[in-house]
Design a protein around this ligand. Sequence first.
Ligand code: SF4
Length: 353
Amino acid sequence: MRWEGGGDLRSLSRAGLFAVAAGLREPPYRARQLFGWIHRRLATSIEAMTDLPAQMRRTLAARATLAPLAVDATRESSDGTIKYLLRAPDGARLEAVFLPEEDRRTLCVSTQVGCAMGCTFCRTGTMGLSRDLSAGEIVDQVYRVETDLRARGHPGDRETGRVLTNLVFMGMGEPLHNLEALIAALDLLLDPAGLGFSHRHITVSTSGLVPEMAEFARRTRVKLAVSLNAPTDEQRERIMPVDRKYPLARLIAACRDFPTTPGRELTFEYVLLSGVNDADEDAQALASLAGPLGIKVNLIPYNENPGLGFGAPDPTRVQAFHEILVRRGVLAMVRKNRGRDVAAACGQLAAQS
Ligand code: SF4
């Protein structure tokens, strides 16, 4: 690999940084230093890398960039959730959401500015797709939030040094629609010389891009969550246009073929929309899809988005739906609603300033 100069250093793989060092006629250990500064010490500028020779830093700064995402604002929910409004150097706005729980501290990460999938119940879906995020912009959400949480006094884990324990790629965008950048970002986040997340603690969600699911399975060991949201094509294509391209029969076959191992599971996400997909017969049909495959179902009571025309289900309906799944032998959980008061909940991200 040759480095021609230019570009964002944070998006480069380890091999890419070795090519940078070679291109500057520096020894390979300089590439390891660079990697450590960017992905472990979370540097925000080339000048900050004080153990690199001054000349190397000057040349690098002239030929490449390391511009961090700007944290424009944070909004804290009464339940401890923090929504981060971030801005890329070109002005693109995106969001990441910190979700603290007793036993884990999770960041919900975005992969695109907006989304092309057009799910009708989703605030992000109404924006359309502005652009993909680069691998560097994806990992920098993690780095900016990790840095902010440390500054707020959150202690890092004794073993890993990190405040964040888990990552979910369920923010703005369809992660598998930006597959190359996603895989590159995952490689950086999993690298033990960087923040060293475990693949067991990362989940990527998809609306059901069938060919990309197979590609994803081939290229990474992290977990996948399929946003199913309806048990029949008739219902699903009304709320998720992707179903017209990849109907349930193909999606379920792709789920069956997905290579699961202990620590690398596939789950179904199911957003419960009042009067749309939350009837007893929907639960029965869902059990018939998930049961034979042994797939766990996460039920997510809808967070109302004004103007989209969908309502939150009644809690008794959620309970009845859940009970049917359990009675049918399906492992099912009702996900707690988090960050609703700051529009940081599932499907509510729209990078409002
Ligand atoms: S639910 Fe996910 S895939 Fe669908 S429009 Fe929203 S962000 Fe995109």
